[in-house]
Design a protein around this ligand. Structure first.
Ligand code: NI
Length: 255
């Protein structure tokens, strides 16, 4: 069993062959968590999780998209989160790279979605880009990891990884680790105990080498597992097995 903890199969890039692809993943014993990015995609993720046995959902809205949110949406998400195939609240956080929304608004909705996760008693999936300090400050102030969580596409250094480790977080590692110039991610993977690592594609984005630039999907995680194994001294099969156990620990509703 291989578990992809972060995917976007609702993306238009999959419109043409979605059914076939999900069936192919199922045949290969691959489970994927479809993560919400917009309000609409969060609802689609939930829809997919009802339709496909091997797809689970995370409900949440990405910092680029939070301007559309209302408190009523939070109430609605809370209700929907009782569905057993909802495994987490995410992806939520701060993105100061694109700064699509004012930082104050991003922070406000990050906090509100953390509170939602706590009410739902679910772990969170954090998106944080060029916003290391503010993200950590909020995570600490809100005790955000109370029900566990994953720092998705972890891209900061070892020092910050130590902080998130202390707070009980897991680390989402994907295609980036296979890129030649990804020195920091390789160092972090070397540093992290293997029981804190979960695999993720962020597909259709971030395809690993040798498929960099192409449409990504969960099958490509074998390249990620191989690279993590090469860095840490495990076989790719062991990395797949151990990270699946980790994923089930943090996203406890995965079966
Ligand atoms: Ni994502």
């Amino acid at each position: 069993m291989l578990i992809d903890t972060h995917s976007h199969y609702d993306d238009a890039a999959f419109d043409e062959d979605l059914e076939q692809l999900i069936e192919e993943l199922n045949k290969k014993n691959i489970i994927a968590v479809n993560v919400g990015a917009t309000k609409g995609s969060a609802l689609t993720a939930l829809d997919f999780s009802g339709k496909y046995a091997n797809i689970y959902a995370a409900l949440g809205v990405h910092p680029d998209e939070v301007a559309e949110l209302t408190d009523e949406d939070m109430q609605n998400f809370l209700k929907l989160s009782r569905n057993p195939k909802v495994v987490a609240i995410g992806e939520i956080g701060l993105d100061y790279h694109w700064d699509v929304n004012p930082r104050q608004i991003q922070k406000e909705w990050f906090v509100k979605q953390i509170k939602l996760a706590h009410e739902a008693e679910l772990p969170i999936c954090i998106h944080s880009r060029d916003a290391a300090q503010d993200t950590l400050d909020i995570v600490k102030a809100e005790d955000a990891g109370r029900f566990g969580g994953v720092v998705h596409c972890y891209s900061y250094g070892i020092e910050l990884a130590k902080e998130y480790m202390k707070l009980g977080f897991h680390f989402g590692i994907g295609g980036v680790v296979t890129y030649k110039n990804a020195k920091t991610v390789k160092e972090v993977v070397d540093y992290l105990p293997i029981d804190r690592i979960v695999l993720e594609t962020d597909c259709p984005y971030l395809a690993p080498a040798p498929h960099r630039g192409e449409r990504n999907d969960s099958r490509n995680l074998m390249y990620v597992a191989a690279e993590i194994g090469a860095i840490k001294g495990y076989s790719p099969e062991d990395v797949i097995k151990i990270t699946a156990e980790n994923a089930r620990k943090v996203y406890a509703r995965l079966s």
